[in-house]
Write a protein that binds this ligand. Structure first.
Ligand SMILES: Cc1cc2nc3c(=O)[nH]c(=O)nc-3n(C[C@H](O)[C@H](O)[C@H](O)COP(=O)(O)OP(=O)(O)OC[C@H]3O[C@@H](n4cnc5c(N)ncnc54)[C@H](O)[C@@H]3O)c2cc1C
Length: 364
């Protein structure tokens, strides 16, 4: 019997496995494919990412540094409204490499990480959780005192345990060109219904074009318009789901969800790498596999940390759906230097942001 069986080895599962193993727990982590693949993520993260990585990570994973974003109400040729910091705001990193790096850290901490192991069924019992797994050598069964569902936006664990669904699943698409671009700004186009399209310079790794929107709107059509507008040839298209709005409960009797499985994402960008790993730390700190009552402490801890950020993030997202003339006036009034942390919308009220806003009033 393991202390924890972890389903899924993305950032959330790898981080939880590492932290739990470091505390001396027996951890089995099961990944259905090869860690990090297939890619369906921009890997655009705040610089806080380096607090979650190990030695040599930056040299291995870093692609470009970003100071801000140029917002556009229309396509590539429409007016740009820049928002920027006077220091590096975020990094663009190799996301496949990140997942491998985090999985290696979990292994080094003592977790038993197995790839090509797909969890096909989960059953909760009074004193343990049992999983059925399809592995390279056939069907296997494992038992754990507790189960961590870190299996992404379409979580099988969530479904098997009848835990509530996230509010929304957006559809995200990506494609890449081979332009070398070290520029320090991303472009954001408010052209996709209720969300946005983007261009991210990735240094030597080329340029990424992407778009996310609710399913049902013509994602492909809007994406083609973006690519046509930039007049560029793209390759390596890929896509994935982005959960927004966590369910009312992400724990059951002996199981808990972390990361995209729990929709622990930023509602105004869909980014979930940092939030997922932050919640993994809350889970590893609070949950004792011998005391199911500690699951409530995890629910409290991650919501205390992130719920206000998510509520404010939802409000920011509503601005994407305002009429274009209102967007133009708002962007015009607010653009310029900011002091906001990209993962923490509440930092809109921080001294750093207020200082940046006031600095615009100074006579030049
Ligand atoms: C187009 C797009 C762009 C994005 N860009 C960014 C960005 O720039 N920055 C950012 O922070 N976030 C971004 N995100 C979101 C980010 O990718 C996720 O928030 C993040 O990957 C969540 O990590 P996770 O570990 O919870 O889930 P995942 O990374 O999805 O990992 C889940 C793992 O579980 C495995 N799994 C699933 N089912 C099973 C099973 N039955 N058995 C075993 N294993 C299983 C999967 O193979 C996968 O490896 C983007 C998402 C999309 C779709």
């Amino acid at each position: 019997m393991y202390d924890f069986v972890v389903v899924g080895v993305g950032p959330a599962g790898a981080r939880f496995s590492r932290r739990a193993a470091e505390q001396g727990y027996d951890v089995l982590a099961l990944e259905k494919g090869t860690v990090g693949t297939p890619l369906a993520c921009s890997g655009h993260v705040s610089t806080d990412i380096w607090q979650f990585t190990g030695e040599g990570a930056r040299e291995e994973l870093f692609q470009n540094e970003i100071y801000g974003a140029r917002f556009h109400v229309g396509g590539p040729h429409s007016a740009a409204y820049p928002f920027y910091k006077d220091e590096v705001a975020s990094n663009v990193i190799d996301r496949v490499g990140l997942d491998r790096h985090l999985a290696d850290l979990a292994r080094e901490a003592g977790a038993d990480v197995r790839e090509e192991h797909t969890v096909t069924d989960v059953t909760e019992h009074d004193d343990h959780v049992a999983v059925v797994v399809n592995g390279p050598d056939g069907v296997l069964e494992f038992e754990g005192k507790m189960l961590a569902g870190c299996d992404g936006p379409r979580s099988r664990v969530r479904e098997s345990l009848s835990l509530p669904e996230p509010d929304e699943l957006l559809h995200g698409v990506l494609a890449f060109s081979d332009e070398v671009d070290h520029e320090n700004f991303v472009d954001v186009h408010l052209t996709a219904p209720t969300f946005f399209a983007w261009r991210i310079p990735r240094g030597e790794a080329g340029v990424e074009y992407g778009l996310a929107a609710p399913p049902g709107v013509q994602v492909t059509k809007h994406f083609e318009e973006l690519i046509d507008g930039y007049e560029i040839d793209v390759a390596h298209r890929c896509s994935g789901a982005i959960p927004i709005g966590p369910p009312s409960r992400v724990t059951s009797r002996r199981a808990f969800l972390i990361g995209d499985a729990a929709a622990q994402t930023k509602p105004f960008t869909g980014g979930g790498i940092l939030y997922g790993m932050t919640c993994a730390d809350h889970a590893a700190r609070e949950i004792n596999p011998d005391r199911p009552a500690t699951l409530a402490a995890y629910e409290r801890a991650w919501r205390d940390d992130l719920e206000r950020e998510m509520t404010l993030g939802h409000s920011l997202r509503r601005a994407y759906s305002l009429p274009e003339p209102v967007q133009r006036v708002g962007l015009n009034a607010l653009s310029g230097e900011i002091g906001v942390h990209m993962d923490r919308p509440t930092s809109l009220l921080s001294p750093a942001h207020l200082k940046a806003m006031l600095s615009r009033l100074r006579p030049s």
